[in-house]
Design a protein. Sequence first.
Length: 108
Amino acid sequence: MNKVIIVEEADEVYSFLLKSKIKEHRSIANAITRDVGLLRVNFRVGQQIRRILIPNYYKKRYFASTLFRIGLPCYWRLLYTVVGTPEGLSIYILSIIDHKEYDRKFGY
């Protein structure tokens, strides 16, 4: 079983979505909860982003050499990286962002 770690930046968004009374936010939070469970079993749940397209933000801040994305409801995205450790794989959820922020970070 893989270890899943939600970094502080993503955890703040996840906590906000969980506490929100807005229906769309709750559906996004439920999808994240489901996807974290899937990631524990199989890290290839998401679509791998080509290395040349990984934003410098993730390379510099998290030293991410691989990046995966999972589509969430309402055009939100969950971005994560995978790191091999002696104990097995660790999956770091780096960002939970809406479509507008995703486009901005990836330069679309």
